[in-house]
Design a protein around this ligand. Sequence first.
Ligand SMILES: CC(C)(COP(=O)(O)OP(=O)(O)OC[C@H]1O[C@@H](n2cnc3c(N)ncnc32)[C@H](O)[C@@H]1OP(=O)(O)O)[C@@H](O)C(=O)NCCC(=O)NCCS
Length: 167
Amino acid sequence: MTPATWPIIASDATATVAALHRACFAPGWSDAAVGALLAGTGTIALLAGAEPAAAPVGFALFRSIGEEAEVLALGVAPEARRQRIAAALLIELCGRAARLGARRVVLEVAATNAAALALYRRHGFTIIGVRCGYFARFVPPVDGLTMARSLEVTRRASDLDPGACPG
Ligand SMILES: CC(C)(COP(=O)(O)OP(=O)(O)OC[C@H]1O[C@@H](n2cnc3c(N)ncnc32)[C@H](O)[C@@H]1OP(=O)(O)O)[C@@H](O)C(=O)NCCC(=O)NCCS
């Protein structure tokens, strides 16, 4: 079945997003850290399950302000990977960002994160910058790649009114 995503409104999502973040990253974020992000202007959490109404196994946190949206974090629990759940989250994220007025989405990914790089490339992101040693939690530090994707096509598609066609 196609993975399902659904948006969660602010504080309801905090504990779930934080638990999923800790399952995906080391060190993971605390509930308080996720709560602080969700309290910020323009920050939205998306959760995804393998099918509608299933328990969430993936999350995305993004901030959309003005013409730019930024992916703050995205992850899928290890046991649920390779089921296109991250892909569903990314598609939903880009659609929502476009509807909120963003013209592009940016993110930072570790240069050694082959899975994430493949995911983002597959979804139209390209590398626009390198931040040497950006991920200082690794030993030795790992470079950060800044990636971006234009939302112009997504924006135009969401502007289309299917009801405008005769018949
Ligand atoms: C990166 C991550 C989010 C991918 O989640 P996922 O649900 O397994 O990814 P999907 O099944 O949606 O994969 C979509 C596409 O991404 C690419 N991809 C995903 N995982 C991959 C892997 N391990 N190796 C190579 N390509 C991969 C493929 O192109 C895939 O398309 P395909 O299934 O048609 O081959 C997941 O591995 C994860 O949570 N990793 C830890 C957290 C992380 O690194 N987050 C991103 C930080 S920027």
